[in-house]
Write a protein that binds this ligand. Sequence first.
Ligand SMILES: NC(=O)C1=CN([C@@H]2O[C@H](COP(=O)(O)OP(=O)(O)OC[C@H]3O[C@@H](n4cnc5c(N)ncnc54)[C@H](OP(=O)(O)O)[C@@H]3O)[C@@H](O)[C@H]2O)C=CC1
Ligand SMILES: O=C(O)[C@@H]1CCC=N1
Length: 264
Amino acid sequence: MKLGFIGCGNMAQAMMGGIIAGNLIPADEIIASDGYKPSLEKTKENLGIHITMDNKEVAVNSELIVLSIKPQFYDVVIKEIAPIIKEDTIIITIAPGKTLEDLENQFGKKVKIVRTMPNTPAMVGEGMTAMCANDLVAEKEMKEVKGILEGFGRVEMVPEYVMDAVVAVSGSSPAYVFMFIEALADGAVLQGMDRAQARIFAAQSVLGSAKMVLETKLHPAELKDMVCSPAGTTIEAVKTLEDRGFRSAVIQAMDSCAKRCKDM
Ligand SMILES: NC(=O)C1=CN([C@@H]2O[C@H](COP(=O)(O)OP(=O)(O)OC[C@H]3O[C@@H](n4cnc5c(N)ncnc54)[C@H](OP(=O)(O)O)[C@@H]3O)[C@@H](O)[C@H]2O)C=CC1
Ligand SMILES: O=C(O)[C@@H]1CCC=N1
């Protein structure tokens, strides 16, 4: 197998979906293991990958192994696979707070490790993933892994010290954005709009605004100013958001998020 996933939940399925749809690795060269058989079988049915209940089968048969279990299960899974992985296997991690040094110590031997942080928009091919690696991973191997991760969105190489910031700004941020979209829809419902239509108006406005930031490369404050007419409607809304500490709430939420990474 080219690519193996240990843990076949939300992130693993999102990553596999993009990789297969982008023809980066064919489904019959991907294998996934999980402790829960019905969800594995459903993934096999949807994506056509190989499945197993045995993590070791993934470990011995894959060139690249994604550890797609929750952080609290990293210890037990690493203990299980460390004795049997081959020297040239590349381990890809996606958990917050698990540093390259921690991981190397847990494996207890020289292992090629690529530490990444993806996000759930990978499910629709619009993921944002950060990556860094230990010294054993050659530049050519980094490029290969990057190419695979690009199957489900954008990828940036980062120095490891910014990984907690990455979790706050992209790994976890879809949750805050969904809360914002939900709140926008609620606000429109309050003004009398139908719920289903409100959700479309809210989501499309967030999508379009994000695209403007990426495509115009203008500062977000400049784009905000373009919406605020003098004595108009928008500046009234901006005033209320500033009064209620909107930006400060976001920054403080991200600070809590990054602090949690350090405790994991
Ligand atoms: N969700 C997100 O937005 C993001 C998540 N991540 C990271 O991705 C990783 C996976 O998260 P996510 O996909 O959300 O989690 P999920 O709970 O959806 O998936 C994890 C899967 O691993 C299975 N599992 C648990 N223990 C084992 C084991 N010993 N061997 C094999 N499989 C096991 C779980 O089964 P069961 O449910 O039966 O226990 C579950 O199906 C985490 O490290 C998370 O921090 C990173 C970026 C974004
Ligand atoms: O909440 C979490 O811990 C994971 C990591 C990033 C997004 N979800």
